[in-house]
Structures are given as C-alpha cells and as structure tokens.
Ligand binder design. Structure first.
Ligand code: AMP
Length: 360
C-alpha cells in the first residue's frame, strides 16, 4: 500500500521507519529541499497549496495522512476529492484552531480552562475583566513549542499584547495552576476500535518538551481515556491522536489535541509493544491495531539544537538514539533518546545520565 504524507519532517521520517517493515511505501509532500523524511521514500518538492502536486500525490498513493495540523483547509478538501484522507477534514479543522478545540471540549463536558475569543485589544480588556489574571493569550492558529503566546500577570502586561501577537485572532485562557502536565496518546481504527497508551508525564522548558516519562498505573488513566474517547468518537477519528492535559486539583483540564503522532509518544518506539507510528499506520491502512502495552519502564528525552555524541548516548544501557538527520540549529528538535529499563529507580538514574550528556 502506498501512503502519502503531507510534511516530510521527523514525524514523517519515523512513520516511514515504522511502516516500511509492514510493506508500506511513502511519498512525502514538502516544500523543503532538505526534508528529513525524503531519504525514506519519494519526495514531492512542492508547496502545500500546489494543486498540480496535490493531484499527482493523490494519483500516486492509496491514502493520505499528515504530520502537522496547520495544513490549509483547502489542501485537505482538494485531496479528499480523489483519495481517502486520515484523519479527516473535520479533525484538522478543529485541531488547528484553539477556539474550535476548546469549544469542542466544553460541548463534550470535558473540563478546560476558562476561555474567550479575542479580536481586538478591547476584547482582551473585557476578557481579562471577566476571566481575571494571571491568564495566557494565545494565537488561535499556528502556535507551537510555546510560540504565539504570552502569559499576562499584571494589568501592565495586558497593554499592547494583542498588537505584540500580530493582531491576529487570539484566545485568552485562564492560567491553570497545574501540578503536572500529562498527555494521552490514543489510536482509533476505521471500525471504531480504540486503544490507549499509558499516560505520559511531560516536562517543558521555554515552551519546548524536554522529557516524557510513561507512567505506571496512573490514577487518572481512566478519566483521561473517558475524555479522549469522547473526542475521538465525536470526530469519527481514524489514526493516532495526542491529547494534552493539565493535572490540577486531583483532576484533569484539557489543554489541546494534536491530530497526529506526537513528540510525547516517541517513547513508544522502544517502550511499547507497538509504537504510535506503527499504530497510526495500522489504523489508517485498515489493519488490526497493535498492543499499546508498555514493555518496561520508559522515557524519552529530546535533543534540542544538537545531538550529543552518539557513542556516549548508546553506551548507556537501555538507551536508543533517534537522529533526525536535520541540520543542527538552536531551539530545533534534532533527535531524541528513548530509554527502556526494568524498573523505575534504574530509569531515573539513566534519565540523569542522558541529561548530563545533553548538558554537555
Ligand atoms: P500550548 O502551546 O497550549 O501547549 O502551551 C505551551 C505550554 O504553556 C504548556 O505546555 C504549559 O506549560 C503552558 N500553558 C499553556 N496554557 C496554559 C494555561 N492556560 N495555564 C497555565 N499554563 C499554560
């Protein structure tokens, strides 16, 4: 079966690494000459709105998927005329806009921070008066890794902030005094069968994910599965979805969804029976889903800016390197390490070992 992927970054690369053993073949549409997934398949070098290229892609593959959610709606609509697209247009429409996303959570009875739609500085002043401070102002679309958002702590912070974010449609959210951030990676097949990986505890720095640790029997696993299951069903979703939550007051508040494989699920490559990449492909290709069970205690550490010396990283027992083959650049995700150990104390010690190498 031939799979078309919109985007040829590291997520596309890891999809191909998981799908090739299943006999799947990949074509990546990406305007970047140095797209790091390109060596793993065919590379259609064109813009996401290039209708000739989209038509060629649709003709060359059996179905299309995405490695990022900011794909123009027109691209999805155009492709859908010729070839099945998973996840579908509605899931992408919701996930690319924070207002639609939070409105869906609210409609489905899933707790989420207080929020207001902002189109002007006057809207912002009014929303701050009702939601209160601290609060977080975020662009509705195109934000990632903490970009396109600002925490407002005082009335002074509110002045001029709408202009600072580019006077684009924004969402104001109440600040959540969370005790932790967790994500749930789920996969739903074409026939509706749904499986969940264990909740993952995530640590960010400067808005970028640094460390994900797969949890043991987390007390909020059932609640998270209930919330995520509601969204998957409402969207008649097919494929892997990542759902990020804040842990607060012993419960969960929904932050955002990603309609794709996700950085906080990279530990599954070596840490789960079937990885998120394999399960996404199984789901969209109409194959039976694979087990989401953990195979040991597992964690993932991102390499930001550069990959530490590979020989040193792989000398740590149970440590696996994933080098994305991208040019090193400050703030850029260029690889990660997956750790798999027999028990938690060993995992903690190995995490410290990898962190020391990352620190240089
Ligand atoms: P996001 O792009 O929405 O995932 O936000 C990036 C990071 O900012 C999150 O991982 C949180 O650490 C923090 N953050 C975002 N929204 C809020 C909020 N409403 N309250 C507190 N922290 C937040």
């Amino acid at each position: 079966m031939k799979i078309g992927v919109i985007g040829g970054g590291q997520l596309g690369r890891m999809l191909a690494l998981a799908g090739t053993p299943l006999g799947l073949e990949f074509t990546f549409l990406d305007p970047a000459v140095d797209a790091c997934a390109a060596p793993l398949g065919q590379h259609l070098l064109a813009g996401y709105d290039d209708q000739d290229a989209l038509r060629r892609l649709a003709d060359a593959v059996d179905l299309v998927t995405f490695e990022f959610e900011s794909v123009p709606a027109e691209t999805v609509a155009f492709l859908s005329q010729f070839v099945p697209v998973y996840p579908g247009a509605e899931a992408l429409r919701i996930a690319r806009d924070r207002l639609f996303e939070k409105s869906l959570f609210r409609d489905l009875g899933i707790p989420t921070p207080a929020f207001a739609d902002i189109h002007s500085q006057a809207d912002l002043q009014a929303a701050v008066a009702s939601i209160g401070l601290p609060a977080v102002l975020k662009t509705r679309t195109l934000g990632y890794d903490g970009k396109g958002q600002k925490v407002l702590r005082s009335e002074q912070d509110v002045v001029g902030t709408f202009a600072e974010l580019g006077e684009v449609p924004c969402l104001l959210e109440g600040f959540v005094p969370f005790t932790g951030e967790v994500s749930l990676i789920a996969v739903r097949a074409r026939d509706g069968e749904t499986r969940f990986y264990p909740l993952v505890h995530n640590t960010h720095d400067s808005g970028i994910l640094r460390l994900s640790v797969a949890s043991q029997a987390h007390p909020l696993q059932g609640l998270a599965e209930d919330y995520v299951g509601r969204v998957l069903k409402a969207l008649d979703y097919v494929g892997v979805m990542a759902f990020e939550f804040f842990e607060v007051d012993g419960g969960l508040k929904a932050n955002e969804i990603a309609p794709r494989v996700h950085n906080s699920g990279h530990w599954t490559i070596e840490g789960a029976e079937s990885s998120q990449f394999e399960n996404h492909l199984r789901a969209i290709a109409g194959l039976p889903l694979g087990s989401t069970a953990k195979v040991g205690e597992s964690a993932m550490l991102n390499f930001i800016g550069e990959v530490p010396p590979v020989a040193s990283v792989v000398s740590i027992d149970g440590c696996h390197v994933h080098h994305y083959g991208k040019a090193f650049k400050a703030g850029r995700k260029v690889g990660h390490a997956t750790l798999r150990c027999a028990d938690l104390p060993t995992l903690k010690a190995r995490i410290a070992d990898v962190e020391a190498l990352i620190a240089g």
